[in-house]
Design a binder for this molecule. Structure first.
Ligand code: PHE
Ligand code: NA
Length: 443
């Protein structure tokens, strides 16, 4: 069995964690929820809920060295007759992958837009985005195909030659681009305003909804509840402080979200644009601002969308791997067969999502007032992921014997922190995630 190197694991897990969630979702959620208040609650959620569940997934994967289904089965008492069903989490990866890769495809389109000329007004930018999503079915299907095909190709190369290698290349490049963007933002007058916007908590802006959104975001951004971290941890090096690896990954993921936010808000403020634009932030507001920066702006736009593309690819790859592990280990499929079957399903679902978003077919492809895009997102983020999270916490916190769990840390967890962590696994995390689940179901 091939294993990650220590740095390979950190970059692969960071590659999974750092994605559209950091550069797209986090900034627009921060903008919509008044800045600092959201950021403060988000940071707390990352530490007490995100990191908690991250470590829980890690110790299970590291101990079993198997796919999530077999992990539950082999660790549960009574042969895991029921607990193995908690491994269903591997299915949400494929659901997310199908629309996630469509959005990654949009990034390729925006790389071309950066090259050929950016929209110079908001209405023009809305036109560019609107046309892509509602008219250009072929463009979307084609770029989606490229994304799925490329990710599939990387995945056929396996953990070491595929996943580790691509992350060792793309992640340093991504960091370099963001360092460059940060320095450019630092040279602008509005950087201070951006800093203040993100780090001055206006406590009066905190309400139940802000808390729920930050908890959900902490969960999504760290790639939890899909079995990705569990699956990657099955290939951890035999020795080495994996708890500190987890800290690095959570730190890098948070850092990238914060830097992306700082850069984006600096640009927005510098050109007098509104930070509360919602999901259109990256695809509508930003391109207009890049256009106003002239030639430099075009270069920045190019770098920005390339970085986002890299971030998206490394996350997309990680969404498929848990199910691949299952098909290869439990169904004895050859890796290539498993890869192309899973990628084929994601491709088909993604095409449906594209059709569902188009003007021509959108109305006929709706159920219960939700588009296919919304259903895929709802089924995974609102339903399966939180459910998997709660199951995981109960399993680690109550089903497994406490001493055994302590042993799974292999001496890398100081007893004092273990106590805090155990309390979070037993109570803080499952209760918070359960509330998200209920809230999500109520719509
Ligand atoms: N963490 C990724 C992001 O922030 C998304 C993701 C979720 C990837 C779950 C893998 C598993 O964009
Ligand atoms: Na993330």
């Amino acid at each position: 069995m091939s294993r990650f190197s220590r740095i390979g694991f950190i970059l692969a897990a960071a590659g999974s964690a750092i994605g559209l969630g950091n550069v797209w979702k986090f900034p627009y959620m921060t903008g919509q929820n008044g800045g600092g208040a959201f950021v403060a609650i988000f940071l707390l959620s990352v530490v007490f809920i995100g990191l908690t569940v991250f470590l829980a997934e890690m110790i299970l994967g590291r101990t079993s060295e198997k796919n999530p289904v077999s992990t539950y089965e082999s660790l549960a008492p009574h042969g895991g007759r029921y607990w193995k069903y908690a491994g269903f989490m591997i299915l949400s990866g494929v659901l997310i992958l199908s629309f996630y890769s469509v959005v990654v495809g949009w990034l390729i389109h925006y790389i071309f837009v950066s090259l050929s000329g950016l929209p110079s007004s908001v209405s023009e930018a809305q036109g560019v985005f609107g046309e892509l999503v509602s008219e250009s079915i072929f463009t979307q299907v084609f770029f989606h195909f490229l994304v799925i095909g490329y990710c599939g190709y990387i995945l056929t190369q396996g953990v070491k030659q595929g996943i580790e290698k691509i992350n060792m290349i793309l992640m340093p490049l991504l960091f370099l681009i963001f360092i460059a963007l940060l320095f450019y933002a630092l040279s602008m007058d509005s950087f201070g305003k951006s800093l203040a916007f993100m780090f001055t908590p206006h406590w009066e802006k905190i309400n139940a909804n802000v808390v729920l959104m930050s908890v959900g975001q902490a969960f999504f951004t760290l790639s939890l509840g899909v079995g990705t971290i569990m699956t990657y941890s099955a290939s951890l090096p035999k020795k080495g402080n994996f708890v500190s690896s987890a800290l690095y990954v959570a730190f890098l993921d948070t850092l990238l979200a914060v830097v992306a936010g700082l850069v984006i808000f600096t640009f927005l403020f510098e050109f007098g644009s509104d930070p509360s634009g919602g999901p259109g932030l990256v695809f509508i507001s930003l391109p207009v601002i890049f256009a106003q920066m002239g030639l430099v702006g075009q270069l920045i736009s190019l770098l920005f969308f390339i970085a986002l593309l890299f971030a998206g690819i490394t996350s997309a790859i990680s969404l498929a791997e848990p199910l691949l592990g299952y098909l290869i280990e439990r169904r004895s499929w050859k890796r290539s067969k498993a890869v192309w079957a899973v990628m084929g399903v994601s491709y088909a679902l993604g095409v449906l999502a594209i059709l569902g978003g188009s003007k021509a077919y959108g109305e006929s492809l709706k159920w219960g007032g939700k588009s296919i895009f919304d259903w895929l997102d709802f089924g995974s983020s609102a339903l399966l992921m939180p459910l998997a999270g709660v199951a995981l916490c109960i399993f680690v916190g109550f089903v497994l014997d406490k001493n055994r769990v302590y042993g799974m840390f292999g001496g890398y967890m100081p007893p004092f922190f273990f106590k805090i962590w155990l309390f979070c696994v037993r109570f803080v995390a499952p209760v918070a995630i359960f509330i998200i689940l209920i809230q999500g179901l109520r719509g």
